[in-house]
Design a protein around this ligand. Structure first.
Ligand SMILES: *Cc1c(COP(=O)(O)O)cnc(C)c1O
Length: 400
């Protein structure tokens, strides 16, 4: 949204942007909280002017000046979230979608519509991202490689290189600047869901596109689903056109909640990361644990391989929530081979380091000693304690 209300010439720190970006006009409007606009349509007695706005949008996907036309093009509340997220990622623009998967779908369709159907991707990715690429559901074709193989995997019809770092669920890290070097003129997309712009700003390292499942840390409270892409304005226009044509829009209430979530993002991520680092240390010193994965850049996610039965840990937690997804204020634990990466073929899963004894912990804001007591108790849980039948339920195919 490039208008005077959103322009901000003075560079501001991330913590300041988190609270103020996308809201710079509020005081002038006499408001404190952002207004929530639930309109699906906008009245206009001037059909010629509205036609001109529609033509302008059809030409480039740029948001037309003047009042909005229809909620599938644009929504003022969601636009505030988009502006704020763009500022946090250091991007020109951002485009929000109904979910992280809707956001990735729009990116793939936007590239394929210019004839660039081939994607080079590095495993592991989030399970459903892996599935979307592998299944070729959108007419895309994927070559899987490791970071060193990116350059040689690129073809004339390659439209995208995609990586996730730290990756879901192994927390494997990729040198973004090095991969970017291998991409040549092909845009590099980094899924920044785990790191958030608090810990990593991929555009500064040469990535062209940043993707978030906003459902996770950006929302931060486990009560809103959304996705967002931060990129240059030209690609944002292409994404808005795909969003308009395919309808994967974010609900304005979700836009409101995501904007609110961004206010506390830096504080939440730093506090949860401190606890996660401490839990990673305690896990690494625990003889019941075979291996701990914790990224060098930090973060609130910890993965670890148990020596015993991982299902017992899931069944044994009492304070920690045994649930898929991540990035909430409460701590969540799940078994990727059963749940989040269930949809990935077993051999691909194993090759990407997602073994049967791996558990993924999303650390929240509880007291770290309470978390450790619960986790340690669950690790010690014998059959008499782990009675919940979680391990025997059929796994949902699509989950975060
Ligand atoms: C959850 C997740 C997604 C998918 O996002 P949804 O909002 O569930 O559609 C994509 N990437 C990563 C890394 C995720 O964790």
């Amino acid at each position: 949204m490039e208008n005077a209300a959103f322009a901000e010439p003075v560079p501001r720190a991330l913590a300041t942007e988190a609270v103020h970006a996308g809201r710079d006009d509020l005081a002038r409007l006499g408001l404190h909280a952002a207004p929530l606009d639930l309109s699906t349509t906008y009245p206009s007695h001037d059909a010629a002017a509205e036609a001109a706005r529609i033509d302008a949008f059809a030409a480039t996907g740029a948001l037309p000046d003047g009042p909005p036309v229809y909620a599938r093009l644009d929504n003022p509340t969601t636009a505030r979230f988009e502006t704020a997220l763009a500022r946090l990622e250091g991007a020109e623009s951002a485009v929000a979608f109904a979910s992280g998967m809707a956001a990735l779908t729009a990116v793939l369709l936007a590239r394929a519509s210019s004839g660039l159907r081939h994607v080079v991707a590095v495993r592991p990715l989030y399970g459903c991202s892996d599935h979307l690429l592998s299944a070729g559901l959108l007419g895309t074709e994927v070559t899987w490689t490791d970071p060193a193989g990116v350059a040689s995997a690129i073809r004339p019809d390659t439209g995208l290189v995609m990586v996730e770092t730290p990756a879901n669920p192994t927390l494997a890290e990729i040198d973004i600047a090095a991969v970017r070097h291998s991409c040549g003129s092909v845009p590099l997309l980094v899924d920044n869901t785990f790191a958030t712009p608090v810990l990593q700003r991929p555009l500064e390292l040469g990535a062209r596109i940043v993707l978030h499942s906003a459902t996770k840390y950006l929302g931060g409270h486990g009560d809103v689903m959304g996705g967002v892409v931060a990129c240059d304005e030209e690609f944002a226009g292409a994404l808005r056109q795909v969003r308009f044509a395919t309808g994967g829009v974010l609900h304005p209430l979700a836009g409101y909640l995501l904007l609110r979530g961004l206010s506390t993002l830096p504080v939440r991520v730093r506090a949860a990361s401190a606890s996660a680092a401490e839990l990673a240390r305690r896990l690494a010193a625990d003889p019941r644990i075979a291996r701990v994965h914790y990224p060098r850049i930090g973060g609130a996610m910890v993965s670890f391989e148990v020596r015993g039965d991982p299902h017992r840990v899931i069944a044994g937690v009492r304070l920690i929530t045994p649930a898929v997804s991540l990035g909430s204020v409460d701590t969540l634990i799940q078994h990727p081979a059963s749940i989040s990466h269930r949809i990935v073929a077993e051999s691909d899963r194993r090759e990407a380091g997602v073994g049967d004894r791996l558990l993924r912990l999303s650390v929240g804001l509880e007291d770290v000693d309470d978390l450790w007591a619960d986790l340690s108790g669950a690790l010690a849980a014998g059959p008499e304690r782990g009675t919940a039948p979680i391990a025997h339920r059929p796994a949902p195919a699509h989950s975060a």
